[in-house]
Ligand binder design. Structure first.
Ligand SMILES: [Zn+2]
Length: 122
């Protein structure tokens, strides 16, 4: 989501992909400046690995875009501008023990399996 600014969140009838865990009808979140479009992110948290003062969250998420008309109406969904992918959030550059690395690897493998199913459409 580049060159965006937050706008009021509105609900939508546009369906989420099957893998999105956010509430049904979650709205368009960001106006895309100069693009006459709005975007919303779909996400599925796969797991969190937490140790000491740091934690790492792993999800599969992607960003979808739709047409925004000058009157503020949201039109057709254009598609994903950020295709679904495995994303890590948190303090991952910190050194890990072998156990922490294995735990993170387990969560990453689960995320990879989910992404395979997302890409395959099932
Ligand atoms: Zn969604």
């Amino acid at each position: 989501m580049t060159s965006t600014t937050n706008t009021s969140t509105t609900t939508t009838d546009a369906p989420c992909p099957w893998w999105c865990e956010r509430p049904a009808g979650h709205g368009w979140e960001d106006d895309v400046i100069g693009e006459s479009a709005v975007e919303r992110g779909h996400e599925h948290l796969v797991g969190k690995v937490g140790h000491r003062l740091r934690s790492i969250a792993v999800d599969v998420s992607g960003c979808e875009r739709a047409v925004l008309y000058p009157n503020g109406q949201v039109g057709d969904v254009i598609g994903f501008v950020e295709p679904p992918a495995v994303n890590l959030y948190g303090d991952h550059p910190e050194p890990m023990t072998a156990g922490e690395a294995r735990e993170l690897a387990t969560v990453l493998l689960a995320a990879a399996d989910l992404l395979d199913r997302v890409v395959a459409g099932r």
